[in-house]
Each structure stands twice: as structure tokens, then as C-alpha cells.
Design a protein around this ligand. Structure first.
Ligand code: GCU
Length: 387
């Protein structure tokens, strides 16, 4: 039987459902002035901006809204890639601010079979660059480009290292020290996750200009730290028409107040450079955090949201992630009164798709694999009405 607790970095890690402390989530549908949110107007005009502000201030940091210019340069163009099934474009997306620039290298395959603009999945790649190999000499379930193309979608990716290296010693090298150095001196300044999410929006700027892409059907995808980022990117940038977050865990989809698996303290100790400095105040102090992660998911409403968990990934607290979706539901219900979800987690390998919400809990380990992509693609075909 599975161990109920573990030790890590000098702390106890809880894996026992019975040891989850009692907790009260911050109210989703009550404004800071105490007004109950009962319609989409108050949600969109008052409560949604309040919640974004709370996440900026306390978790991910502020995202700068301005920069001087952006330029797109196609560095490789192969109209008959994948034995003719796809058009490959590699695009250098360069963003300039005060005389300095950063370049995000985008890999994009669009399907050749259809003439109308395609829906696209954009992956925030936080693993090896070979996972998104444009030559297709290396193929990976993390980014199964052939399967996605054959399903009628385009598929794209950029690597986080172009933007902010995923390392506590040099995460500054990129967007932060080149374009927005003032962020580094602020307790509420964005760090790595903020920079990655910002970059996803710059890639979105490009995708809106590519005639092969349907700009209203861009889905942002991320796994784990990339899944935390896809949620934050989708929460802020409503041009993302769908958000997919795989095994995002602590400070992603999972409820912090459950303190199950990775806690705020543990993530701050190991990966403090992902979050703003203010987030450090909530280590061993979850109850003081004015948000919990269900509020992040709620910011995606009414757009389609697909989250996943894996059985062997207790570190990411699968149950806390599903409960987060359940607790985000009231925001979705402002748009879709009939939407409900089972209160208990679904069985393994039994995806739950209810209107704009998709969720599955699959067998196996912490990963983004072909099972995940297959279910996500089928869900997207329904959401985007491409079938
Ligand atoms: C670590 C980290 C998690 C993160 C994961 C990943 O396990 O503690 O928060 O999600 O790495 O990105 O794979």
C-alpha cells in the first residue's frame, strides 16, 4: 500500500486524505466590497479583474502590458513536411523594448488536407527541445505532431528557455533582464512563470497574423510547470479559446489549502523563481492567501478548460485538482446554468466531459502522453465543432 507521508527538504509531505486539514476556500463569487456576483456582467467587469489582480499581487507577479515592437521572421518554410501532410514553418518572434530584444522560436505545423484556417494547439515546452523536433527525426508523445495533424489541427510549440531559463541561477536571462528589468526589483514582479505566460501571448500575437490558423481557435497547452503556465496565460489572455493543463499540481490547478503533496512552502523552497516574492509569505500560511487555485480555473470561464491528473502523481494532488475544477464551476454556471459535475473524482481512465469542462484521471505517471492528447483532441473537436 502507498505511503501516507514522506520527508522532503526537511518537511513532512502529506499523502493521507484523512490528514488533509479542514479549510475554507476564499469566496469566488463575492467582490472585495462584499457584493454577490450573480451575472456575467459583474463577473467580467468587477470580480474577474479583482481575481487577476490578486494572482498578480500574491502569486505570479504583474505582467507588463506594453513593449515597443514585435517582429516575425520565417526562418524555415517547408510546405510539404511530414511526407506532404503538413506545412512546417519556423518563426522567430522577436520582441523589442527600449533597444533590447528577445526572440521566441516557434515551431508550427499546419495541416495540408484542409483549405480553411485550422484550430491549433500551442504547447509551452518545458522539457527537452527534441520533444518538438521540427525535422521529425525524433518523435515524442509529449507533442505527437503527426496524430494532431491527422486529426485536422495545427500544432505549435515554443521552448521556455528562449524566454526565461528554467533555473534559479539564470531565469533572469531573457525577458526579465533584457525587456523588463524593473520586474526583478519588485516583490510583485513577475518571474519565470509570468515570463513564460507573457511569451505565450506574444506567440498568440503571431498566430493571429497567420492565414493558415483560425485565430479564434487557439488552445494553449502545458504540462506540470508548463501546465501552471498555461492556466495563468489562459486566465490573463482571453484570446486563448481553450486551456489544457496536464498534471499542473501545486500552484497550478490544485487547491493549496489541502496541503497534500507539494505545498506552497515546498514549491517556494525548490522553485521560488517561478513566482513573485510575495508568494513566499504564504509558505506554511495557506489560510492567509487571498486566493486559492479554483479561482485561477474560474478565470478561464466560459472558455473550454481541460485538466488532467495521473494516478502515480500524488505530488500534484489529483483530488485537490479535481476539487478545484468543482469549485470553479460557479463561474462557468454564470454562463451555463445547466452545467454540473460529479462531486467525487471520476474513475481512472474515464474522462468526464461536461459542456466546457473536460477532466481525466489516468493511470500511470506524471507526464503528458498520447492518451492525454487523444482525449484532449477529441474534446477539442467537439468544442471547436470541427467534426
Ligand atoms: C517538480 C515541481 C512541480 C512541477 C514539476 C514539473 O516536481 O515540484 O511543481 O509541476 O516539477 O514541472 O514536472
Amino acid at each position: 500500500t502507498a505511503q501516507k507521508q514522506d520527508r522532503f527538504m526537511g518537511e513532512t509531505v502529506n499523502y493521507d486524505e484523512d490528514s488533509v486539514p479542514p479549510y475554507v476556500l476564499p469566496p469566488l463569487l463575492k467582490t472585495l466590497k462584499g457584493k454577490t456576483v450573480s451575472n456575467t456582467t459583474t463577473w467580467e467587469k468587477v470580480r474577474r479583474p479583482e481575481i487577476i489582480h490578486l494572482f498578480e499581487e500574491n502569486v505570479y507577479g504583474y505582467t507588463p502590458s506594453a513593449f515597443d515592437s514585435i517582429r516575425y521572421r520565417v526562418t524555415n518554410d517547408e510546405p510539404a513536411a511530414m511526407t506532404g501532410r503538413a506545412h512546417l514553418k519556423e518563426v522567430a518572434v522577436s520582441v523589442w523594448n527600449r533597444g533590447k530584444s528577445v526572440t521566441i522560436n516557434l515551431v508550427l505545423f499546419t495541416p495540408n488536407k484542409q483549405s480553411r484556417p485550422a484550430p491549433v494547439f500551442l504547447l509551452i515546452n518545458n522539457r527537452g527541445k527534441r520533444n518538438t523536433d521540427p525535422t521529425r527525426a525524433v518523435k515524442s508523445e509529449f507533442w505527437p505532431a503527426e496524430m494532431v495533424i491527422d486529426s485536422g489541427f495545427a500544432i505549435a510549440a515554443f521552448h521556455v528557455s528562449d524566454v526565461a531559463p528554467d533555473n534559479k541561477t539564470n531565469y533572469q536571462q531573457g525577458v526579465l533582464d533584457q525587456l523588463f528589468p524593473e520586474q526583478l526589483g519588485r516583490a510583485d514582479g513577475m518571474k519565470a512563470i509570468g515570463a513564460w505566460a507573457w511569451a505565450a501571448s506574444r506567440v498568440m500575437d503571431y498566430l493571429q497574423t497567420d492565414p493558415a490558423i483560425n485565430p479564434k481557435q487557439v488552445a494553449i497547452v502545458g504540462h506540470s510547470r508548463g501546465g501552471k503556465t498555461s492556466l495563468w496565460a489562459g486566465a490573463q489572455d482571453q484570446r486563448f479559446a481553450m486551456v489544457v493543463s496536464s498534471c499542473s499540481g501545486s500552484s497550478g490547478a490544485s487547491l493549496a489549502r489541502r496541503q497534500y503533496g507539494e505545498t506552497i512552502s515546498l514549491i517556494n523552497k525548490q522553485f521560488g523563481y517561478w513566482f513573485n516574492d510575495n508568494y513566499k509569505k504564504y509558505s506554511h500560511n495557506e489560510a492567509a492567501l487571498p486566493v486559492d487555485q479554483h479561482m485561477l480555473l474560474a478565470l478561464i470561464a466560459p472558455r473550454p478548460l481541460y485538466t488532467t491528473n495521473a494516478v502515480e502523481d500524488r505530488w500534484a494532488d489529483p483530488r485537490g485538482s479535481y476539487l478545484s475544477v468543482v469549485n470553479a464551476l460557479p463561474a462557468y454556471q454564470l454562463y451555463d446554468k445547466k452545467l454540473t459535475l460529479p462531486l467525487e473524482m471520476p474513475a481512472t481512465n474515464k474522462p468526464v466531459w461536461k459542456s466546457a469542462i473536460g477532466y481525466h484521471y489516468r493511470e500511470g505517471k506524471h507526464d503528458l502522453n498520447l492518451y492525454d492528447w487523444t482525449e484532449v483532441v477529441r474534446f477539442a473537436q467537439i468544442q471547436f465543432k470541427t467534426k
